[in-house]
Design a protein around this ligand. Structure first.
Ligand code: MBD
Ligand code: FE
Length: 281
């Protein structure tokens, strides 16, 4: 989606903005009554902060300049998914019985090419990183295996970069849709991703620097699991003991989502088993 040779905030922001516009759910789905209620409460909450902290004109102008910059850098998808989405996900899925979900983030690409139940994600011949076998079963909450369930996986490479959002990576690098077998089983061969640092050269990076925060997410595998008649799960899986598992900037880690891979019986890298349980629609 970008021609530049450097992974810049503006280039990945432009790609994320374009991708969001392409998949956007209908604007008509939000009623006038809800818009009025929610917009009034958000604006009133901002007024309260201004009064409580006696916000100055210098601070108001800094905010205005920063908001303008977020749009110019195309970083609204990044900002919203890092600082807001986790609460939307919490509310949306609070009644689920099956596996835990978490945020989608800005870098999902729909319709990744399909693969058989045992598959290696597309990767470069010399793809750096520790090999990982991620295997498991997809079941319904009553234990029925879900034959042919789709396990869509996407993740960053060993440099923390996502294909289609950083330059010079093959289009579907480390992205694919694995179709589970008749018993709902899948075996995905990939490499372990590196921790992800959100771009430091854009407006989100400016906020982080100005506030003295850090810009890191722990290493993670993104997954969407689906089967007909069942609720799709969007989730992420993390690695026990990895950097920033305890202080994810996006607050998207849950204890149920932490993997503890062991050396693979094949002798090549690590392996881990993780099952997905889907709620009925
Ligand atoms: C990511 O890779 C991500 O998963 C989220 C939620 C935000 C920014 C980058
Ligand atoms: Fe991610």
């Amino acid at each position: 989606m970008t021609d530049t040779t450097q992974a810049t905030a503006a280039a990945s922001g432009a790609s994320a903005t374009e991708a969001f516009r392409a998949k956007q759910r209908s604007e008509a789905a939000v009623s006038q009554e809800r818009v009025s209620t929610l917009a009034t409460e958000v604006i009133t909450a901002v007024h309260d902060v201004i009064r409580r902290h006696k916000v100055t004109y210098a601070e108001y102008d800094a905010l205005k300049a920063w908001l303008i910059g977020v749009g110019q850098d195309g970083e609204w998808p990044l900002f919203l998914d890092v600082w807001i989405e986790h609460v939307v996900e919490e509310v949306a899925n609070e009644n689920r019985q099956g596996s835990k979900g978490t945020i989608e983030g800005p870098y999902y690409v729909p319709e990744s090419p399909r693969h058989e139940a045992e598959a290696t994600l597309p990767m470069r011949a010399d793809e750096p990183g520790t090999p990982l076998l991620f295997q498991g079963q997809v079941r319904a909450v009553d234990g029925t295996p879900l034959a042919g369930a789709h396990v869509e996986m996407w993740h960053a490479d060993d440099d923390g970069l996502y294909s289609q959002y950083a330059p010079n990576l093959p289009k579907w690098n480390l992205r694919g849709t694995v179709v589970a077998d008749a018993q709902g089983n899948f075996r995905i061969h990939t490499i372990q991703p590196a921790p992800y640092q959100i771009p430091t050269d854009g407006s989100c990076g400016k906020l982080i620097a100005a506030a003295g925060w850090h810009a890191w997410r722990p290493a993670h595998l993104h997954v969407k699991v689906s089967a007909p008649g069942h609720q799709l799960i969007t989730t992420q899986l993390y690695f026990q003991g990895g950097s920033h598992v305890e202080d994810d900037i996006a607050q998207a880690v849950k204890p149920e989502l932490i993997l503890d891979p062991k050396p693979a019986t094949s002798g090549k890298g690590n392996e881990v088993t993780y099952d997905f349980v889907l709620d009925p629609v």
